[in-house]
Ligand binder design. Sequence first.
Ligand code: DGL
Length: 281
Amino acid sequence: MIGLFDTGHGGLTIYQALAKELPQRNFVYFGDHANAPYGMKPAQEILELTKAAIEMLFGINENGGCRLVVLACNTATAVALRTLQQQWLPHSIHSDKRVLGIIVPTVEVATATHEDASETLAVFGTQRTIESGVYEIEIHKRNPKAKVIAQTCRQLAGAIENSASENELEQLVSEAVRECLQKTNGAAPQRALLGCTHFPIVEHLFRKHLPQSTQILSQGAAVADRLIDYLQRHPEFAQHEKKRQDLFLTSGDAQRVSRDAARFLGVSLPFETALKNTILN
Ligand code: DGL
């Protein structure tokens, strides 16, 4: 079982790409809807919530849970991944397990597939992701010539979580795009990266407001590509059990989450309530 964690619905955009490319793998998805959004929370709180979610996925049943967890969340990756990988996991009872993030895989694919090294690349993300500077750092490691325009979308993930109307969502997207284009003096970025897993849910609105020539990158496809490569290099994470129905857990109201997932992703996913005490104590 591969565990996937996001603060809410957003990681389902990563789940969909992974389930498509790795159809024989079993996935357990956990959305911490009760605590979403994380994007403006203090870093320490994001770290603690992310660690609690990973521990829950590691121990999901008495036979042992997921040995591999992917943080299907840019905010958790930007704020918590490195600390958890370096300071917690190796010294914990879970030292044989692994936690992976989604920012480096996304940047690896984005920088490997473009010919114009001096391109302007817009990155949209939550406040904590953009403040961390991690996208600029990782992009410039691989392509120092790229011009990165990092744009915070403060309320957007929360509005998606709160099932805001299409009009409200459009207003938030158009504001973010307008601020981004002010930074380029109106020039169209060659490419745009939706660096929050909630944002592909409203990709049609980014498409509508970004210049026509701006290509929108798919984070789900990039993460799937890199995860396939990782699994080939790490046979210790081979799956021995048969393919079963994937599991969808939430710390929130399972009925509401299933309904919102259907609205935003057009699929019916039977969410169940996770062990609240484990997550929220
Ligand atoms: N979906 C998350 C991300 O990729 C976080 C959104 C939030 O909870 O603010 O950044």
